[in-house]
Design a protein around this ligand. Sequence first.
Ligand code: UDP
Length: 327
Amino acid sequence: MTTVLVTGGAGYIGSHACKTLARAGYTPVTYDNLSTGWRDAVKFGPLETGELTDRARLDDVFAKWQPVAVMHFAALSLVGEAMAKPGLYWRNNVEGSLTLLEAAAAAGCTQFVFSSTCATYGEHDNVVLDEDTPQLPLNAYGASKRAIEDMLRDFEAAHGLRHVIFRYFNVAGADPDGEVGEHHRPETHLIPVMLDAIDGKRPALTIHGTDYDTADGTCIRDYVHVCDLVDAHVAGLKWLEEGQKSRVFNLGTGRGFSVREVIDAAGHVTNAEVPCTEGPRRPGDATKLVSGSTRAGEELGWRPERSTLQQMISDAWRWHKNGHYEA
Ligand code: UDP
C-alpha cells in the first residue's frame, strides 16, 4: 500500500481527502494536532497526533510510515482571525510548513501537494483570476499561504521536492454518504452559519457588508464542492507520480455567487426562511473572488461535478442535520 502523509487529516477538507485517498487505494496517515480538527473525523487511516513545528515528532512519523507524498492541509484559515492576530498566522502557517518541508526533504520525500488559496490574489478589478494573476493578498492568511508557495519553489530547486499547489476558491458541502462533514468551533463560514440560523442554533446570519460594488452589494465567491476539490488532489498526486513538473492549479468553477444568492439558494433547498441581518464589511474580505482558469480541467482532467449551489447546500444540510463529531 502506498502511504500519503495528510497533515490536517482531522479537519474539514483533510478528512474528505483521506476518504478519497483510501478509496483510490492509498493509505492516508493523518498528522494533526487536533486544535481545530476532530479525532472522530479520522476514519480512513491511522492518526498520528503532533505539532507541525515539532521536527523530532515529524522525523519519527516520516521514519515510521515512509510516505511517498505529503498532502498539506493543516493551517489556520480564517480571514477575520488573521486580521486580528497576524502573528498567529505567520507562526503557525509559515513556521509549521517550513518545519514540515525540512522534515519531508530530510526523509527523501519527493512529492508534495499543497492547499493554497485564492486569498493569495487579493483585490483585482475586472481581472479574471488565473494562475498567473499577481498575488497581492489582503490579509495575513493569504500572505502566509503565498510565502509557503515561495518556499516550495526553493525546496524543489534545492532538494527535488516536486509540488502541486492548489489555490482553492470557497469550499463547501459535505461527503454525500454523511461519514465526514464541516464542523468548526466557532463556525464562521457562510453556508454552515446560514444553516445554523435556519434551524435556530443562532439567531440570524449577519451579511458582512451590503455596499460592495456588485449587483446586489454583497461579496461574490466561487463555491466548489469539497468532494470535487479532493478529487483534484488525487489527480494532482497522480500527476506527480507520473513525473510531471511542479504546477499551480486554481480550483473553482468559474461561476460566482453573491452572499444574497447563496441565501436565496439555501431558502429553496431547505424550504425555510433564512433569518438575516445586515452588518458592516468584514475586514480583509475581497469584493469578488472567482476563478478564471480552465487549467485543472485541461491538464488534470478535473470536472467539478457536484459543485452546484443546490448540491453543496443540500449535502451540507444533510450533514448539519445528521452528522457531528464529539471528540
Ligand atoms: N459571510 C457573511 N456572513 C457570515 C459569513 C460569511 O456575509 O456570517 C460572507 C463573507 O463576508 C464572504 C462570504 O460570505 O463574502 C464567504 O465567506 P466565508 O467566511 O464562508 O469564506 P471566505 O471567503 O472568507 O473564505
